[in-house]
Design a protein. Sequence first.
Length: 216
Amino acid sequence: MRISELSRRSGVPITTIKYYLREGLLPPGRATAPNQAEYDESHVRRLRLVRALVGVRGLSVGAAKEVLGGVYEREDDPHKVLGLVLGATAEAADAEGSEAADLEESRLAEVDALLDALGWQVSDDAAGKAVIARTLQTLADLGMDYDWHRLLPYGELAGRIAAVDLDGIEDLRDPLEMAERALVLTVLLEPVLMALRRLAQESQSAARRGAGPGQP
């Protein structure tokens, strides 16, 4: 297909496609004439993934390029591809500038205890572990008596949500299409999950306190 068709199929403007080509985020097409090239379905899939990384997840072009490099090195391993694009491994975390070196070892040990209690299998350098450890440290700094045991019910709920997430892409066979779908749905649905939590809290409060609709 010509670049105009690639633009139509992917929803990405031609000027943006040319920029991605210059920056190496998109491989060049097959040259057919001076200043002309043809593109195929692999370009459509990669362009959609680039758009998801840059436009939806908010990575810089440089960070997206690093993540894409890892994705294509592991194209035959859907589990690792999903880990990279969702930020579950150190490679994705490094691309975003994540740093956990300042965390106390005791906090990281608490996170490991939480994960063991949940029976989860995650990589040693999963970026989410640092987020949990930092939150526990902040709570402790604020003088709140809040340890990892109180996160167990949240973890169990998160496990059920993750199962629903992956059920939604189970029928996909192309690792890149799977990565794009998972990334878009994860990032776009996170605000929805937060909104549902707030609405559920309001509903629970009303049910427990006997407040009617619209009452404080």
